[in-house]
Ligand binder design. Sequence first.
Ligand code: FE2
Length: 378
Amino acid sequence: MLRNATHDASVVTVEFDTGTRTRFHAIWLRDNALDPETRAPGNGQRLITIGDIPADISVSAAEVLNGDLNVTFQPEGKTVTFPADWLAEHTYDCDRNRPLGQTAPGITTWERGIEAPSADWNEVHANTAAKRGWLAAVAEYGFAKLTGGPTEPESLLKVADLFGYIRETNYGPYFEVRTEVNPTNLAYTGLGLQAHTDNPYRDPVPTLQILYCLENSAEGGDSIVVDGFRAAEKLREQNPEGFALLAGYPARFEYKGSDGVCLRSRRPMIELSPDGELIGIRFNNRSSAPFVDVPFDQMEAYYAAYRQLGDIIDDPAMGVSFKLEPGESFIVDNTRVLHARLGYSGAGSRWLQGCYADKDGLLSTLAAMDMAQPEAAE
Ligand code: FE2
């Protein structure tokens, strides 16, 4: 509820019944008017362009009516109601001095010691709250396990069906991570893999990866996940100049390992939004290309920061490890969480299938569930 509203020609100041005061510009309010001539009632899409708003838009009246805000705009002579709750949700008159590299609200960074978020296959299929909790864990922590699933090939496609769509790539709709013990080709050894994000040479990168276990009777082969955002936070604390270098210059990534494929990207290892929010990590030794966008006199410091980030990522105190059983899978946010594999040996076999999907689709499914059942949202 609003308690009071004052205005001049270009700014409306409202006071909520909590005592909070906040300002809105005339042009902002007019652009975001909620009336049916400005917003299509059915789909909520805007019906006007920026050019349809008079350049000399101004406020001639602003008053509180039934706890909401009524604003009259000139020269249109148009009066529009803004609900108090809507204004509270969309306030922008706030402190912008957030430190460089802050994570977005709703993100919780972690390291070894947290219990891996996990949900049960049958429950997420039968129970909306269980499905919501599983998707919300991916949003908050960047990974989540799913246990108790079938052991038939292509079951991973059904995981993606729960929230969105497979993202097909040059590797196909999905790929085999099948490694026989005592193989004839080194590509199919049981060697460990350093924690990495997948496909940094793609632009945009696949934003989710699903890895689904069908067989895992070999000794070892544990999966490890590392929070790249926590690693970046640690680098920022230990070496802020190094953090700024990895965020401030593009790295280069490349893959041309199969016929007809030559993927290249020019993107930073630590990606920040224009206002400094931490939004992505790319880290993959196997597909790094020569870095040629770092100034000569910064290259050694850049490499030192790269090494330091690698040391943080490799630190056993960072990784959460688990051994997938047949019918178990996990999702990682490939823009944030790195995955690794321990080496393995002995009798038995290890067969995983992997695929990519889109994080925006998962977040959309989650947000739509919360709109349909707001009481389920935290
Ligand atoms: Fe991978």
